[in-house]
Write a protein that binds this ligand. Structure first.
Ligand code: GAL
Length: 461
């Protein structure tokens, strides 16, 4: 039996656009994801989140299900355009009512709410009127929205996450254009990322100055990072792997834990990387009470060579020319249906890398999981691959704990199958299967296994 620390937080996670549905009712305004999905061929099968898991109407049943699975904590996000239909100005009372009910119902069932304020569904009006994450005013609008959430929910919510995966919002939304708002550029991601960081900093400042002492909660940011393993022992490849991590995680974590962007980014990007004022640096430094980490996979990293075939820079490396890193997969690694490699030791190495680079902060894994195309057979879903994934990644987490990493929580992505962004409903990440036709929920064998891990606060091996 591998035991975890006594107060370890065990949970599962979702996000608003991926599960709620109810996209245009009870006063909700449109988001950039509502409109992005309307553009033909942006999303696999032209799917959209209009109905998704219909969690908006089924949240009570879903929370009952969470209770029966033994979840101690549940991470979900608030849809900004449900609270502020145009992103600013008038508050939509129905939106406040909905999330208040969700929070109350969670607490009644003994489940701790972990609330993300931004999981990519920006109010569409802010995209039109304020240039989305490129606009000068966007971080102030976010801070104002965050304040409304603290005022209305902070009496009951004690764990706040400002931004989910700024890297994805910036790089996939403004660099590669595969996520909303679909822009392609090698300048805009760095400006969008800058404003996302400022938005986090401003919201955290408001929480700490006005709410924290009376509400007694904490606030942090969640960043995502895959592990980058040097392809060879050569110093060039070792440096390339380190640089890849700096461009991925250091981009957003260095300003918060060290006060500025990594040197490698500053020197390579020059004027394309905006600079923080001294005041902004001060605001960002130490602005996260915990290190939220979403981690899924690993790739090999090597120094790019002039004769690398075009397109060999593959995967989530960021804008390749900026890094000079070529990514690849080891052919022996097993892949999930997202084609993401299953490499538990990469998780352990990343946790150690964070501990070392950022002075052993408290880390919470706010997402980890895998997509597999599991099928119902005689009313049951025996998702062995997923079970194996969770088991081996949790073992890796346990090893990191034994190394002295201060890991205090783990959230499985995801509670249930849902709308997987550009992949639509094809990729299934859930512990619970959803039949999207009649919206029926069926826990998979991994869910039953995860319940026993939670109950025993450890893994039976
Ligand atoms: C994360 C994201 C989630 C989910 C997951 C699996 O990047 O925060 O919303 O989609 O990846 O792809």
């Amino acid at each position: 039996m591998l035991s975890f620390p006594k107060n370890f937080t065990w949970g599962s996670a979702t996000s608003a656009y991926q599960i709620e549905g109810a996209w245009n009712i009870d006063g909700k305004g449109p988001s950039i994801w509502d409109s992005f999905c309307m553009i033909p061929a942006k999303i696999s099968n032209n799917d959209n989140g209009n109905k998704a898991c219909d969690h908006y109407h089924k949240f009570e049943d879903d929370i009952k299900m969470m209770k029966s699975l033994g979840l101690k904590a549940y991470r979900f996000s608030i849809a900004w355009p449900r609270i502020l239909p145009t992103g600013k100005g008038k508050i939509n009372k129905e939106g406040i009512r909905f999330y208040s009910q969700v929070i109350d119902c969670l607490l009644e069932n003994g489940i701790e709410p972990w609330v993300t304020l931004y999981h990519w569904d920006l109010p569409l009006a802010l995209q039109f009127e304020d240039d989305g994450w490129l606009g000068d005013s966007i971080s102030d609008h976010f801070a104002n929205y965050a304040k409304i959430c603290f005022e209305n929910f902070g009496d009951r919510v004690k764990n706040w996450i400002t931004i989910n995966e700024a890297w994805v919002a910036a790089m996939l939304g403004y660099g590669q254009g595969v996520f909303a708002p679909g822009r392609v550029s090698n300048v805009e991601p760095y400006l969008a990322g800058h404003n996302l960081l400022l938005a986090h900093g401003k919201a955290a400042k408001i929480y700490r100055s006005t709410f924290k002492s009376k509400q007694g909660g904490r606030i942090g940011i969640t960043n995502n990072c895959d592990w980058r393993e040097p392809l060879t022992k050569s110093p060039e490849d070792q440096e390339a792997a380190e640089r890849a991590l700096e461009f991925f995680l250091g981009w957003f974590a260095d300003p918060i834990y060290k006060g500025d962007y990594p040197e490698s980014m500053k020197s390579r990007l020059g004027e394309r990387l905006p600079a923080f004022t001294e005041e902004e640096k001060k605001m960002l430094l130490g602005s996260s009470d915990f290190f939220g980490l979403n981690h899924y996979t690993t790739m090999m990293a090597a120094q790019s060579k002039p004769d690398d075939p075009i397109g060999s820079v593959y995967g989530n490396g960021g804008l390749s020319d900026d890094q000079d890193v070529t990514l690849s997969l080891n052919k022996e690694w097993k892949l999930t249906s997202m084609k993401w490699a299953v490499v538990p030791w990469g998780c352990k190495k990343l946790l150690n890398w964070i501990a070392k680079r950022y002075n052993n902060p408290e880390i919470v894994i706010t997402e980890n999981g895998c997509a597999y195309d599991d099928k119902i057979i005689e009313g049951k879903i025996e998702d062995h691959h997923r079970l194996e994934f969770y088991k081996t990644y949790l073992e890796a987490c346990h090893e990191a704990l034994c190394d002295g990493v201060n890991l205090t929580g783990y959230f499985a992505w995801s509670l249930m199958d849902n709308f997987e962004w550009a992949s639509g409903y094809e990729k299934r990440f859930g512990l619970v299967h959803i039949d999207f036709k009649n919206l029926q929920r069926t826990p998979k064998s991994s869910a039953i296994w995860y319940s026993s891990v939670i109950e025993n606060n450890g893994i039976n091996i």
